[in-house]
Design a protein around this ligand. Structure first.
Ligand code: A2P
Length: 336
């Protein structure tokens, strides 16, 4: 069985990864439609010698598609994902627009694949990149010893803000050395040779929207009783997000038992002898966990260092895995 699929935001950083992940994982496709804004219509995108033509989203008819992967920003999803759903097409949405809607499942397949339910709606939301890698790492621990509290600080690469943001880091780095004026468009302050403790806008409680996404999405996916305290920081790396995570567990636990849970877990590469950096995760499907330490004072508190490719497990790969879950659960009908 094969499926007609569409990628919305195909010219963007995540859009490119969606196409390569779909092809590399041999997702059973028939037609693949690449969609973006009018400006990109007619552009060609090549992967593994296969050439695809980009089409204008505005004039696209979703009724010829079985499954649409959206990654063109929340405002595009707010309009076109609904149009796709009305055309009987399954939507996997990588934007924040539907994530906290009660009737839309928010899914990390390793953690809550069973939450996929399309009996009312045909839209499934893909969580925020920082939430995904944190929850893949923490789920095997939470399963055997409930997590009560999480304190997380992130070190997020510029690719999380899209292709233009990656170009901005390059331009600012050149300007820094040539002593030209630094131009900030994608970020509120200079990102080259700097770090910025703000991702997305501030909310009324002084946390940023990105930080509140980590709180709310963790409560929706993993457990509504976990207290989450997040500080999200943009750093001048291109690919991969890193997170320093503190967890407080319900019961005391040995570090050996905690390591055993991580070693046997789906989607995780664990190391107790080395550590991983964001560059190690680039192009890889794994969530890397290292530097596990038991608290100096308490036996129910641990620290972990978690790294993943934000465009893959944090976005494209997780979305494609959701698509694979739809097939596994025999939810999708086909074009055949
Ligand atoms: P385009 O390149 O034509 O502007 P990134 O996250 O890397 O910034 O990429 C954003 C993606 O979303 C791009 O593919 C971009 O297409 C697409 N996009 C943004 N706004 C729209 C829109 N109004 N309609 C269709 N696609 C859009």
């Amino acid at each position: 069985m094969t499926y007609n699929i569409a990628i919305i935001g195909a010219t963007g950083a995540v859009g490119h990864k969606l196409l390569s992940t779909i092809l590399d994982r041999k997702f059973p496709t028939n037609e693949i439609y690449l969609l973006a804004s009018k400006n990109s219509a007619g552009k060609k995108i090549t992967h593994n010698n296969k050439e695809f033509m980009v089409e204008d989203l505005d004039s696209f008819n979703f009724s010829k598609v079985d499954i649409a992967f959206f990654s063109a920003g929340a405002s595009v999803s707010s309009k076109y994902a609904l149009l796709a759903e009305e055309s009987n097409c399954y939507v996997i949405d990588n934007t924040s627009f539907f994530r906290m809607h009660d009737d839309i499942p928010l899914v990390v397949p390793e953690v809550n694949e069973e939450d996929i339910d399309t009996s009312n709606r045909k839209i499934i939301a893909n969580p925020n990149c920082s939430t995904i890698q944190m929850l893949v790492a923490l789920f095997p621990i939470h399963k055997i010893n409930k997590i009560k509290k999480i304190i997380v600080s992130t070190y997020q690469s510029v690719s999380g803000a899209g292709q233009q943001a990656m170009n901005e880091l390059t331009e600012q780095s050149k300007s820094y050395f040539s002593k030209d004026q630094i131009v900030c468009k994608s970020f509120p302050k200079q990102i080259a040779y700097n770090v910025i403790p703000q991702i997305d806008i501030f909310t009324d409680n002084k946390f940023t929207k990105e930080e509140m996404k980590m709180v709310n999405e963790t409560n929706k996916i993993l457990d509504k009783n976990i207290n989450v305290n997040a500080t999200c920081v943009r750093v001048p790396s291109y690919m991969g997000h890193a997170e320093s995570i503190y967890i407080e567990l319900e019961k005391d636990m040995s570090i050996e038992d905690l390591e055993r849970a991580l070693q046997n877990a789906e989607g995780i590469k664990y190391s107790n002898s080395d550590y991983h950096t964001p560059i190690d995760s680039e192009g890889e499907d794994w969530v890397y966990v290292s530097r596990v330490r038991k608290d100096i004072y308490k036996n129910n508190i641990f620290n972990l260092w978690v790294v993943a490719d934000n465009l893959l497990k944090g976005a494209a790969l997780n979305s494609v895995q959701i698509g694979e879950s739809l097939i596994k659960k025999k939810i999708m009908s086909t074009n055949e």
